[in-house]
Write a protein that binds this ligand. Structure first.
Ligand code: ZN
Length: 156
């Protein structure tokens, strides 16, 4: 959904009330950027309120917050799915998967973020393919199998 100016301002205040360390101007910028493309993955404004509060206040078993920044609050996620109105035919938006680690969502791929942390990838490269897929190499696999057989034979 595309937010009206008033809805965007109210949502930014609600998010900031949930997590005061997330400044309203940066929240507003994220919401504006989302508004300029596909909008929020929300059925209606009440759904948006429930989803952003769920995102902002979710904690892990130890009590720490799941989300450290509001950066991906507008992306389709379980927070939007879990708070969708029932019986309204809400369908979760398709998830964009990481091009390199296909079991992870592109924006939150933990493999890519680990690369960012060690300087092997920039934040703009998260979810993107950096390395070409390795072509299968049956000859080498066969050579390794043969070497293992030879070693096993030598041990007997
Ligand atoms: Zn990845």
């Amino acid at each position: 959904m595309i937010l009206t100016r008033s809805q965007g301002e109210r949502l930014a205040v609600i998010i900031n009330a949930s997590r005061p360390e997330w400044a309203i101007p940066s929240i507003a910028k994220i919401l504006q950027t989302a508004n300029q493309s596909n909008g929020l993955p929300a059925h209606d404004f009440n759904h948006a309120i429930r989803a952003v509060v769920a995102y902002a206040t979710a904690t892990v078993a130890g009590g720490e917050y799941v989300k450290q920044t509001p950066g991906f609050i507008h992306e389709p996620s379980r927070f939007w799915d879990d708070t969708a109105p029932t019986g309204k035919g809400y369908k979760s938006a398709p998830r964009v998967m990481c091009e390199e680690h296909s079991t992870y969502e592109a924006h939150s791929c933990s493999c890519c973020w680990a690369d960012v942390n060690v300087g092997e990838r920039t934040e703009s490269q998260v979810g993107k393919r950096l390395h070409p897929a390795h072509p299968p190499n049956p000859g080498k696999a066969q050579a390794v199998k043969q070497a293992i057989k030879t070693l096993q034979a030598a041990q007997h």
